[in-house]
Design a protein around this ligand. Structure first.
Ligand code: SD4
Length: 301
């Protein structure tokens, strides 16, 4: 491994994202460049109906994308409800690096992206449009637990997020999140993924955390911030994730039966931990070491 560098990502498709990130980290690149590369890989993965191109649309048939990026020094950028731009994570990075702001949304985010040279291009695929038409027959909004793992274009109830956290050889942390949010959401709905502290939080002094699942619960609990703060108080990444899940459960025990919430954390010394409300959450770890390069691990629940 390159000086303890490692990268961790949510869900099965984290394996591919980690491989893209490792091309950066393994060559001595920064954690920030690595997480952007991993997120870009997921955004262009045509088999994934839940992130970037090929994502499922909202209830009005519009595909809107959310993304954030953060480094361990507290620099961050985000976009929400962005339409027709293929790489929201890179727009989020441009918000971070080229504006005095942290977050741009909707038409303003798109206007900024185009001004920065990002191409405007329709992202809704025929499969996603067809899945939406079929959904319209019932128009029921029931996010399914672990729908992320179905991963087939056209799945009806899919939602998904790539959350990716990296530690580079220089000991710096960074993270990114990218998603099309919950399929069939209300137009204009924003989840946790672009909200710093909810879907993502990174602090070089402590560690980093990201989340997947029903974003409303992460926002209610400032959940990724909570996980990092619990690590600051001495919890291991796994214990911090477990305690944050307990908080979610305590606050809304009834609702928690039907929805999934998942946390993934990486400490500044490279320890990885995860926990989820319901079983089925998997994450991928890549440290370039010997043996299976990418281990898909089951989080506890
Ligand atoms: C959201 N947290 O928009 C995202 C969805 C998700 O795996 O993570 N799905 O609420």
């Amino acid at each position: 491994a390159v000086g303890g560098a490692r990268v961790v990502s949510t869900w099965d498709f984290g394996v591919g994202a980690n491989a893209a990130a490792w091309r950066v980290l393994g060559a001595g690149g920064s954690a920030l460049d690595a997480v952007e590369a991993g997120a870009r890989w997921a955004e262009s993965d045509l088999c994934n109906p839940t992130v970037g191109r090929c994502g499922n649309p909202d209830r009005d048939g519009v595909l809107t994308l959310d993304a954030s990026i953060m480094d361990g020094d507290g620099r961050c950028g985000a976009v929400a409800a962005l339409e027709d731009i293929a790489h929201p994570v890179s727009v989020a990075r441009a918000v971070m690096e080229k504006t005095p702001h942290v977050m741009l949304v909707g038409a303003g985010a798109q206007q900024f992206a185009v001004a920065q040279g990002f191409e405007k291009t329709p992202l809704l695929t025929d499969e996603a449009r067809q899945a939406w038409r079929e959904w319209l027959e019932t128009s029921e909004y029931n996010p399914q637990i672990n729908a992320e793992r179905m991963q087939r274009p056209g799945d009806k109830s899919n939602h998904d997020t790539l959350g990716i956290l990296a530690l580079d050889a220089g000991g710096k942390l960074a993270g990114a999140c990218t998603t099309s949010g919950m399929a069939w959401k209300m137009h204009g709905r924003v989840g946790d993924s672009p909200i710093v502290g909810a879907g993502l939080y990174v602090d070089n002094e402590v560690g980093a955390a990201t989340a997947s699942g029903v974003g409303e619960e992460m926002i209610r609990n400032a959940a990724s911030f909570l996980v990092v703060e619990l690590m600051r108080q001495g919890r291991s990444p796994a214990d911090a994730c477990r305690e944050a899940i307990e908080r979610v459960l305590r606050k809304r025990p009834e609702a928690s039966r039907q929805l999934q919430v998942c946390f993934l954390a990486l400490s500044r010394d490279g320890e990885v931990g995860a926990f989820a409300l319901h079983e089925g959450f998997v994450y991928a770890v890549h440290d370039g070491g010997a043996g299976p390069h990418d281990r898909l691990r089951d989080a506890g629940s």
